[in-house]
Ligand binder design. Sequence first.
Ligand SMILES: Cc1ncc(COP(=O)(O)O)c(C=O)c1O
Ligand SMILES: N[C@@H](CCCC[NH3+])C(=O)O
Length: 438
Amino acid sequence: MFVSEALKTNSLNHLEIGGCDAVELVEKYGTPLYVMDEGLIRKNCRIYKNSMDKYYNGNGMVLYASKAFSAMAIYKIVDSEGLGIDVVSGGELYTAYKAGFPMDKVYFHGNNKTIAEIELAIDKDVRRIVVDNLEELKNIDRIAGEKGKKACISFRIKPGIDAHTHDFVQTGQIDSKFGVALENGEALDIIKFASTLKNVSVVGVHCHIGSQIFDLAPFELAAKVMLEFISQIKNETGIVIEELNLGGGFGIKYIPAHDPIEYDSYIESVSKVVKGICEDKRIKLPFIVMEPGRSIVASAGITLYKVGAVKEIKNVRTYVSVDGGMADNPRYALYQSPYDAVLANRLNAPKENVITIAGKCCESGDILIKDINFPKVTAGDIIAVMATGAYNYSMSSNYNRIPRPPVVLVHEGKSRLIVKGEDYEDIIRNDIIPEDLG
Ligand SMILES: Cc1ncc(COP(=O)(O)O)c(C=O)c1O
Ligand SMILES: N[C@@H](CCCC[NH3+])C(=O)O
C-alpha cells in the first residue's frame, strides 16, 4: 500500500512512521511537518557500507551526498554509521563541522566555489576538494600555499554519458555546467597542469552522471569510461590516479510504478566492472567512492499537511489545497516529479475520486500531486505525501514569506525535533528598514 517501507497502518487506521502515529505527531508539532524515520536512514547507510565491504573488500568509501537533506542531526547519524559525506557549499560544510563530523571524511564539491569556501575547506582540512575548473584549481593552489598546506584534490569529469533522466538532473553530458570534458583533451590538460603545482596533490577523478536513475548500465559505462581515462593519464603522463569517485544518482520509489534496483547492486556491479577492467589493463585497483544522497533519505521522509479549501470544478478537476506546497517541496514545480500520498487520519477510506493536491503559494504551478486517486476529504483531514526525505527540506524556501516547517526524527515510537520550525520573527529577522524610510 505504501511506496516506502518506513510506513505502516496502525489499529486506529492512522499512518504510522517510526512507531509514531502521524495524527499524534500533527497534534504535537502542527502542520506542515517533515517527519524522518531514523531506522530507515540507518538501514540505507548500512546497505551501502556493507556492500562496499562485501563487493570491494572495503577498499572504498560511501559518502552521503548531504545536499539531499542537510541538518546537524543527519551528519551525526551518518557519522555513526561510518559513512563520509559530500558537501557542496560552505553552508553544508559549516553545518557538518559544527555537528562534529570528521573533516577527514568530507569531500567538497561545487561548480563555482567562492574564495571564502575554498579557504574554509582548506582551513578545516577536508579530505578532498573536487575541482571543477581551471580558475578554481589556481585558487586552491594559491590559498593552500598561503596557508602552508597541500590540498588533496580530485577532478570532476564529464564522461559524456546520457543517463536517461530528467534534463534538469542530468549532469554527465557534455552540455553541462559541471566539470571538465574528456573531449579535446580538456580533462587531461587540467590534470597535467595540476601535477606541476606545488600546493595540490592529485589523488582522484570523479563523475556524477545524474539523479533518479533506475538502470545499472550508465554506471557501468561511467566506470569503464573513467578507468580508460585513468589508464590514459598513466600512459601519457605517468601520473597514477588512486581514487575513482562515481557519484550518486540511484533511483528511489516515489510512486508504485517506480521499480528501483536494490541499492547494493550498484556497488556490486560497479565493483565487478572495475575489477575486470583493472585486470585487463593491468592497472592498480583504485579506491572507489560512491555518493548516494536521495536513496539514503528520500523514502525515510514524509510530509504531513492539513487540508484547507476543497474546490470541485465540475467536469474539470478537484483541487484540494493544503497548508504547505512548493515552499516546502518545489520538486513538482521544478521537475514535474511524481509523488504518492495517503489520507493519514483515515487510511481505510475508499479512494472514491481523483483530486489534485495543491499548495498555498500564490502560483498556479504550486502543485504537490496532480490527479491522484484519493478518498473524499474535508478541511482538517491530514494528508501525508510520501518519500519526501530528499530535496524537500533542503530545497525549501520562504516564498510568499511562508515559514519553513519543523523536521522531526522518529524512531521506535519516539519523536525528537531536529530542526525547529520557523515563525514570523524568523521571517523578518534579517530585514532592515533604512533610517530614511522612516
Ligand atoms: C556530485 C554529486 N554527487 C552526488 C549527488 C547525489 O545524487 P543523488 O541524490 O541522486 O544520489 C549529486 C546530486 O545529484 C551530485 O551532484
Ligand atoms: N535536486 C534534485 C536533484 C539534483 C541533485 C544535485 N545534482 C532533485 O530534487 O531531484
